[in-house]
Design a protein around this ligand. Structure first.
Ligand code: ADP
Ligand code: MG
Length: 267
């Protein structure tokens, strides 16, 4: 089971879109993917038609179990989506109170990691959509993942947010046994604007090899997919944005399911 976290302390950079699209691409009848919504805003949860205001049975309950002294067990909390092989652990707005609730209580940094150990044999990939702020949820996600994907919008302001994210990462790194590798994913790239090209060049200059060699282009079809509550790869398998995410998967060692080719042919 590979565990990837998608994080950036800035909103609107494509975290949820990246999580949904990679999850859609990787899942199939022969390959199982778990999406975990760690963001109290619950965008990923809402994407699949659940209301984060009222959702019970999700990430919040895992923390409750841990507080009660139980081993966090996602088995009864995971929901199926309409897509074969694609499951979801929802966020609820209650997650926003978690930091205050837990206060300085120790031992809460590995709740997610322990929970995922319980489903190790059930999934091939776990993708976590992280909140845009540093707190117990972010710490849990970074402690649980094998690799971190950092979507960065290709515009100058976004580069500032990235600095903060890298600082957070350095801090969390110290409490991890294994080194956490991260990869910066340039997103929302509008090739017609000079600003986008300049931001991309600056990103590569500052972060070099940590930056994926490709880009995720602006593709308005992502918004249509979001309204339809479907990963774009199921609606338009050869959309520009989908092909870019498929390229990304190749770089980061994600294997497309056997059914992926059939899906494209069926189109
Ligand atoms: P985050 O989770 O980082 O806040 P989202 O994934 O929700 O960001 O993206 C913010 C908005 O931008 C959403 O409306 C989404 O549909 C849109 N979006 C994300 N990626 C792209 C893209 N590559 N092209 C066009 N629109 C995009
Ligand atoms: Mg989001």
């Amino acid at each position: 089971m590979k565990i990837w976290a998608v994080a950036n302390q800035k909103g609107g950079v494509g975290k949820t879109t990246t999580t949904v699209t990679l999850g859609g691409l990787l899942s199939g009848p022969d390959q199982r993917v778990l999406l975990v919504d760690m963001d109290p805003h619950g965008s990923l949860t809402a994407y699949f038609g659940h209301d984060p205001e009222t959702a019970t049975r999700g990430v919040y309950e895992l923390f409750n179990q841990a507080v009660e002294g139980e081993r966090p067990d996602p088995a009864g909390l995971i929901r199926e989506t309409p897509f074969p092989g694609l499951d979801l652990l929802t966020a609820s707005t209650a997650l926003a109170t978690l930091d205050r609730q837990l206060g300085t209580r120790g031992g809460m940094g590995l709740v997610l990691r322990h929970a995922l150990e319980g489903v190790q044999d059930d999934y091939d990939y776990v993708l976590m959509d992280c909140p845009p702020m540093l707190g117990v949820l972010m710490v849990n996600a970074l402690a649980a993942c094998d690799e971190l994907l950092v979507p960065v919008q290709t515009e100058f302001l976004a580069l500032k947010g990235l600095e903060r994210m890298i600082n957070t990462l350095t801090m969390v790194q110290k409490s991890r046994k294994a080194q956490l590798n991260y990869r910066i994913i340039p997103t929302l790239f509008d090739r017609r604007t000079r600003a986008a090209h300049e931001a991309l060049a600056e990103l590569r200059r500052q972060y070099g090899d940590e930056v994926w060699s490709g880009v995720i282009p602006v593709d308005t079809k992502f918004r249509d997919a979001s309204s339809a509550g479907q990963p774009l790869c199921f609606m338009i398998p050869d959309a520009r944005g989908v092909l870019a995410y498929a390229d990304l998967l190749e770089t980061i060692g994600g294997r497309l399911p056997r059914t992926h080719g059939e899906r494209r042919q069926a189109k």
